[in-house]
Design a protein around this ligand. Structure first.
Ligand SMILES: [Zn+2]
Ligand SMILES: [Zn+2]
Length: 365
C-alpha cells in the first residue's frame, strides 16, 4: 500500500523543499499524508476543474507545479477560485501537493526538461545559488575512517556534480585526556592519549546538516566527536535559476524561432529584434524569467527563451541578445512530463494521469 507521504518523501529527495524561494509555498497544501494513495493527477496548475477531474478519476492526490495557495488565506467561503478549489479538495479528501520553485531550482528540474526539448547540449545552471553548501571537518581514528566515511557518503555527503564519495583526508595525531565521567572508546581515564587519526573533510548540501551530524555521531567510535561545520560561499552548480546550453548545429534566428515553436509548442513568440546572425548558445528559464536577463547577456547567449516579459523589460536586451517570450504556460508545460516520468521511475504501478484540463488561462485570437 502506497501512502501519500511515500510520494511526498520521494519528491522531496528529488527536489528538496529547502531549495524553494523564500516567497514560495511548495509542499502539501491540503489533505492527509497518512492516507492510502488511490491515484495521482499531474498538472501545471491546480484549478477547480482539475479537482473535479481527480474526483471523477478517483485520484486522491493532485501534484501541481504552481501552488494554488500562494499568499495567506484569511477566509474560506468560496468567494474566489482559490477558495473554491481548496474547499472542494478538502471536502473530497484530496491532497494537493505543490512542487514549485524547488523544482525550478534543481539542475535536473524544469529547465533541464526545456533544454532537452530543445536538444541542447553541455547545459549548466544559468545562475547557480550560493550559500547552499557546508563543509564538514572531523577527526577519525585511522582504523575507523573508512567505516565512518562510508556512512557519511550514504547520508549524502561528498557529492560534487557527477562525482560521489568525494573526500579528503590527512593523517596526524589527536590528543585527549579523559576526565570526570568519561567512558573513552580508546585509552583510559586520567591518562593523556595520543591517537593516530585522520583529519577528514567533505562537502554536502547545507539542508542535510542535521542528518549528517547525526550520522557522524552514530558512526564515530568516540564518545565526544570533534568536528567543525563551515558554511561555504561557493556557488552550487546543482542548484539555481535558469539554464544555458548549446545547439548541436547553429541556426539563423528565423529558423530558431520556428524550431522553438515546434519543439516547445509555442503558438506565438514575442521577441526583440533579430540582432544575431547565428544562434548557437541558448539561455532559458521556465515561467517568469525576466529577472535573469542580465545573466543571459553576461554568459553571451544568443537568445533568451522564457515567459512573462513586460513591455519595458524588452528594451533591456539592448541588442546584446534576442529575447524570445513564448508564454509562461508554454515554457512550463513539459513540467507535467517531468513529474510524471520521475514518479514512474519509482512507482511503476500507481494510477498516474496527466490532467486533461488545459489550465492555461490565456488564449490567442
Ligand atoms: Zn516554474
Ligand atoms: Zn511558473
Amino acid at each position: 500500500m502506497i501512502k501519500i507521504k511515500d510520494i511526498i518523501q520521494y519528491l522531496d529527495t528529488y527536489a528538496p523543499p529547502a531549495y524553494q524561494e523564500g516567497y514560495d509555498n511548495s509542499g502539501l497544501l491540503t489533505g492527509n499524508k497518512e492516507d492510502i494513495l488511490s491515484g495521482v493527477i499531474v498538472t501545471l496548475d491546480c484549478t477547480e476543474a482539475v479537482v473535479n477531474e481527480a474526483i471523477q478519476k478517483k485520484c486522491n492526490m493532485i501534484i501541481a507545479h504552481h501552488p494554488i495557495i500562494f499568499q495567506g488565506l484569511k477566509k474560506l467561503t468560496g468567494n474566489n477560485y482559490i477558495e473554491r478549489t481548496i474547499i472542494k479538495a478538502i471536502k473530497n479528501n484530496i491532497a494537493i501537493f505543490a512542487i514549485h520553485t524547488n523544482l525550478d531550482n534543481i539542475a535536473m528540474g524544469v529547465n533541464k526538461k526545456i533544454a532537452d526539448k530543445l536538444e541542447l547540449i553541455n547545459t549548466i545552471v544559468l545562475r547557480p545559488k550560493n550559500d547552499t553548501l557546508t563543509k564538514l571537518t572531523t577527526f577519525i581514528p585511522v582504523a575507523d575512517t573508512d567505516q565512518v566515511l562510508s556512512k557519511l557518503h550514504e547520508a549524502g555527503a561528498g557529492m560534487i556534480g557527477n562525482y560521489k564519495n568525494c573526500s579528503f583526508k590527512i593523517e596526524g595525531s589527536g590528543t585527549f585526556l579523559p576526565t570526570g565521567d568519561a567512558n573513552p572508546a580508546v585509552g583510559e581515564k586520567g591518562k593523556l592519549e595520543n591517537v593516530l587519526e585522520n583529519r577528514v573533510e567533505l562537502i554536502f548540501p547545507s539542508y542535510l546538516k542535521n542528518k549528517i551530524v547525526t550520522v557522524l555521531f552514530s558512526a564515530h567510535p568516540y564518545e565526544e566527536v570533534a568536528y567543525y561545520l563551515h558554511d561555504l560561499a561557493n556557488k552550487n552548480n546543482e542548484v539555481g535559476s535558469g539554464m544555458v546550453g548549446y545547439l548541436r548545429n547553429s541556426m539563423n534566428p528565423t529558423e530558431m524561432l520556428d524550431f522553438i515553436k515546434i519543439k516547445l509548442g509555442a503558438k506565438v513568440i514575442r521577441h526583440t529584434s533579430l540582432v544575431k546572425k547565428k544562434i548557437k548558445k541558448v539561455a532559458l528559464c521556465g515561467g517568469s524569467g525576466s529577472f535573469l536577463l542580465k545573466d543571459a547577456i553576461a554568459c553571451e547567449a544568443d537568445i533568451y527563451i522564457t515567459g512573462d516579459f513586460k513591455y519595458h523589460e524588452f528594451f533591456d536586451s539592448e541588442d546584446h541578445i534576442i529575447i524570445a517570450d513564448i508564454g509562461h504556460y508554454e515554457s512550463e508545460q513539459f513540467t507535467k512530463e517531468l513529474i510524471y516520468e520521475k514518479l514512474r521511475e519509482k512507482f511503476a504501478n500507481i494510477a498516474l494521469h496527466f490532467t486533461e484540463v488545459n489550465t492555461n488561462p490565456i488564449f490567442y485570437a
